[in-house]
Design a binder for this molecule. Structure first.
Ligand code: F6P
Length: 375
């Protein structure tokens, strides 16, 4: 085998954590150390660690026994080298410090495990001379140029189980249960968890919902003797009216806000805008008089151990990245197309978000089994 291109690499995890990060770190580091004799340096706390030079050598024992561990042994942060926060609330561009750390550590490549934000930063760092390999992780599954990201399956499985649990209590009380799923501006998680959990209504950011259609669907279910329902709402879901800013509830909220302002109340406080699930539940119960409850699943979707699927995916992505390092194939993100792992140039990924296409086969299947999308 020809001698590997790289002698020393850094690895960091950035953005929100997700199950599978440690499996991917292990997937990169084990072959890099054992097969290619490359030194692996762990950068702690994401890009903050690169700016502030928080780094430690990773030995084989550091990456052993972490396959099924949740979180990340390296820690993470959402900080960007070009916009590091200052105590006075302002920010400063410290990209040059990140570049300095990379050079001081003698890195031939930096492997960045992250989502959209991470890949934007990674791409911009390549313009400063850094060699980068990206690994797609996020529970949102919203990275362009890859069919799947690790972390997504674990989050979707957990969310589907949560819906199963809501099902039995919904049935016992004959209630409407509204469950809010993460996913930022993409509906992948709500769609998959909703279909897997048999949600009756799924509201996605990609399909602005009409509350009349939601209520009509619930009424029809009741007419058919279905006295309880599950509504899965993506955190980024929007009503058709709210896109134009004209829903009754919002008009009401705006009026209240202005009244408070006139009275000088709430000065200095930031306005609380409730989760979309609360709005949906409130409108259902006001319009139909049905008992309705809300569950916001939140960070429970991100914590805990990865599913076997994510362990396998993260291991495949990680080991593929180690091979790329050995070949000197840089400035790419590892990706999955069908069942094939390959890589794609970072500039094809940066600045893009993969939303659920309206003609996605899973939306079609869901409609076929009677799921309503609020449209
Ligand atoms: O991008 C992953 C994600 O979990 C999103 O689904 C969610 O909107 C966001 O991160 C939450 O971020 P934080 O952990 O910073 O609250």
């Amino acid at each position: 085998m020809p001698s590997p291109h790289a002698k020393c690499i850094g690895i960091l995890t950035s953005g929100g954590d997700c199950p599978g990060l440690n499996a991917a770190i292990r997937g990169v580091a084990k072959p890099a150390i054992s097969d290619f004799h490359i030194e692996v340096i762990g950068i702690e706390k994401g890009f903050r660690g690169l700016v502030e030079n928080h780094a430690r050598v990773l030995h084989l024992q550091d990456v052993s026994g972490i396959l099924s561990l949740g979180g990340t042994i390296l820690g993470t942060s959402r900080e960007k080298p070009h916009k590091m926060p200052l105590p006075n609330g302002e920010s400063i561009d410290l990209t040059s410090r990140a570049v300095e750390t990379y050079n001081r550590l003698g890195l031939d490549c930096l492997v960045c495990l992250g989502g959209n934000g991470t890949h934007n930063i990674a791409h911009s760092l390549t313009k400063h001379g850094l060699n980068i390999i990206g690994l797609p992780k996020t529970i949102d599954n919203d990275l362009a140029e890859t069919d799947i990201t690790f972390g997504f399956d674990s989050a979707a499985s957990y969310a589907a189980q949560a819906i199963d649990r809501l099902y039995s209590t919904a049935e016992a009380h004959l209630r409407v249960m509204v469950i809010e799923l993460m996913g930022h501006n993409a509906g992948w998680l709500a769609l998959h968890a909703g279909v897997a959990g048999g949600a009756d209504i799924i509201l996605l950011p990609e399909i602005p919902y009409d509350i009349d259609s939601v209520c009509q669907h619930l009424t029809e279910r009741r007419r058919r003797g279905k006295w309880f329902s599950i509504v899965a709402v993506a955190e980024g879901a929007k009503s058709k009216e709210s896109q134009a800013g004209t829903s009754d509830l919002e008009k009401d909220q705006k009026k209240k806000k202005h009244k408070k302002k006139d009275k000088g109340e709430g000065k200095g406080k930031s306005e609380f805008i409730g989760p979309v699930s609360t709005r949906v539940a409130q409108e259902i119960s006001e319009r139909l008089g049905i008992e309705t409850r809300v569950t916001v699943l939140g960070h429970l979707q991100r914590g805990g151990i990865p599913t076997p699927f994510d362990r396998v995916l993260a291991t495949r992505f990680g080991t593929y990245a180690a091979e790329m390092v050995a070949e000197g194939k840089y400035n790419q993100m590892v990706c999955m197309t069908g069942s094939q792992v390959s890589s794609v140039p970072l500039d094809k990924v940066a600045g893009r978000t993969k939303l659920v296409p309206l003609d996605h086969p899973l939306i079609r299947s869901a409609r076929r089994v009677g799921t309503n999308f609020g449209d």
